[in-house]
Design a binder for this molecule. Structure first.
Ligand code: SF4
Length: 75
């Protein structure tokens, strides 16, 4: 049986056209360019719930948005 991954959950997708690395919700890890953090998730109070990204060029999710986040949106 084929395993279905919910599109909005971060998942591996080798060669994806929408990698976390080009997504505006991604913050690069200054010490390891392969890693990053996803900031797309917010809890009910509006706080950012960060998730580690293991490999920013081969992971994606359905919430991918091209671009850079402004400083204000990071807060
Ligand atoms: S929103 Fe999706 S594509 Fe963007 S950084 Fe987070 S997991 Fe990656």
């Amino acid at each position: 049986m084929e395993e279905k991954i919910p599109a909005n959950i971060m998942h591996d997708e080798i060669g994806t056209k929408k990698p976390c690395s080009s997504c505006k919700w991604q913050i690069a890890d200054p010490t390891n360019p392969l890693r990053g953090q996803c900031t797309v998730n917010r809890n009910a109070m509006g706080g950012v719930w960060k998730r580690w990204i293991g490999n920013v060029s081969d992971m994606t999710c359905g919430k991918h948005e091209e671009g850079k986040l402004s400083f204000r949106e990071h807060v």
